[in-house]
Design a binder for this molecule. Structure first.
Ligand SMILES: [Zn+2]
Ligand SMILES: [Zn+2]
Length: 121
């Protein structure tokens, strides 16, 4: 059982490397043909474990479902307002975490919004 769950986790992880910032649902759709034995709940659970382990990053965008990223190097994202595509951008500077007694910061994410080249055509 342990072996099987480890193998499934790697399958989910590899799906994420193929897909570009997919949602959990998109990972599941992809695996339905690649690995039909893996159910939806297994996909969702393994994505949660992988992000807890820090092997993938869970991206939150306001009012949207979470997307997952196999690129764990701190980088920025560009999000197209038109097609909602997410494009990786290199981080140009590391911001220092703000200090406050009202919250603790453990992560930063920088998003740029605009219209991608395809949508400009
Ligand atoms: Zn676009
Ligand atoms: Zn990314």
């Amino acid at each position: 059982m342990q072996r099987r769950s480890t193998k499934q986790r790697e399958t989910v992880y590899h799906a994420l490397m193929h897909l570009y910032h997919p949602t959990a649902e998109e990972v599941y759709e992809y695996l339905r043909s690649e690995a039909p034995s893996i159910g939806r709940a297994t996909v969702f659970r393994n994505l949660a474990v992988l992000s807890e382990e820090g092997r993938i990053v869970k991206l939150f965008f306001p009012d949207e479902v979470a997307h997952y990223d196999a690129n764990t190097d701190g980088h920025y994202h560009f999000i197209c307002r038109h097609c909602e595509k997410i494009i990786d951008l290199p981080a140009t500077q590391k911001l220092s975490f703000p200090k406050s007694d009202r919250f603790t910061v453990d992560e930063q994410s920088v998003n740029f919004y605009g219209v991608c080249r395809e949508c400009q055509k």
